[in-house]
Design a protein around this ligand. Sequence first.
Ligand SMILES: [Fe+2]
Length: 172
Amino acid sequence: MVHYLENVIPLEDCEKITQLVMDFMCNTPHRVEYSAYGAPNSVGVGTDAIPECNIWLYELKSKMEELVGFKLDTVNTYCREYSNGSSLDKHTDRNDIGVTLSVCIENPSNIEWPICSKDYDGSTICKDIKVGDGLLIYNANELEHWRDELVCGGDDYVFMMFLHWSKQKTDE
Ligand SMILES: [Fe+2]
């Protein structure tokens, strides 16, 4: 199941989060990861140490529960900066992060770079996520999703934050 959600995180918060995560990457280079899920030309970092990221796991939890129809446990947050030549191989997520909200937190040049996902009826949904908006993929551990190659200027980039929840264990 795929849902496009407008204005999930206010723009001023997106800006603040981007700055905090960029600083965090500079200050803790050993935590930076370069190729998760086969995403070349991108850098990512787990952001559990940044409260300004994690707060959204709690702020948005009940809204996500309404959409997926069951109770959720918070899992973690992750941010990744994509630049020219980046892409995202077709993949499914790990089982423990089955509910993923991908939020665009910065895109200075308004580059269009859709993320595509299969849905259960076999259809493919492709959405360009605007800054402050998010794409909820529920059962991202079962539904393949991907992005084609990002073609942009050398200084351009797209910054994403991923919020991960899982189905609450007591709800099974
Ligand atoms: Fe994924």
